[in-house]
Write a protein of this length. Sequence first.
Length: 205
Amino acid sequence: MFEPSRTLSLKSSRIATDATFLSSCWRISPGIALRSSIFSTATGRAVMPLLNAYPEQVQILGYVTLAMLLGALLGLDREIAGKPAGLRTHMLVSGAAAMLVALGNLMVESFDVELGPMVLRADPLRIIEAVITGVSFLGAGTIIRHGTGQQVEGLTTAASLLFVAGVGITVALSQLVLAVGITILALVTLRVMGLLSHWLGLRER
C-alpha cells in the first residue's frame, strides 16, 4: 500500500518528466509539439491532443511555391527555345522535388519526437536519390536521336530538368540563398552560353 506522500512524489516526478519532454519537443519544432499526440514517458498516456501541424504545412507550401517559381525561370527559357519540356514541366518537377523532400524531413522529425530517436533509423539521402532517379527517367524522354544516332537533341533540356529538381531539393533544405544563386547561374548558362554557342556556329543539343 502506497503512502500518500510517496504517491504524490511519484505524480510530481511524472509531471516533471513530461514537462521536460514537451520542452525538448518544442525546441525541436513548435509545430510538431503542437501537432503530435505526444505520449508521457512516465505513464505511456497521451499528454497532448492530436493537432494538425499548420505551421509546418504553411512552411512546406512556401517552399513548394518558391521552388516552382525558380523552376519557372528555367522552364521559360526552354519554352522560348521550343523544347518539349517547357514552363509547366519545369515548374512541376521543381515543386514536386521540394514537396517530397520537405515531407520526408517532416516525417522523420515526427517519428523522432513521437517514438524516440532509437526507434526510427532514416536516411534522408534515400528520398533525394528517389527524386533524382524519377527525374532522370523523365529527362530521358526528352532526348531524341536522329538517323544513325550521330545527331542527338534534348540533352540540354534533360539536364535542365535534373537541375530544377536539384533547385527544389535545395529549397526544401532551407538553403534559399543557394537556390536563388544556382538558378541565376543556370539562367546565365542557358542564355549567355547559348548565344555564345550560336555566335561560334556550334549546334545546341
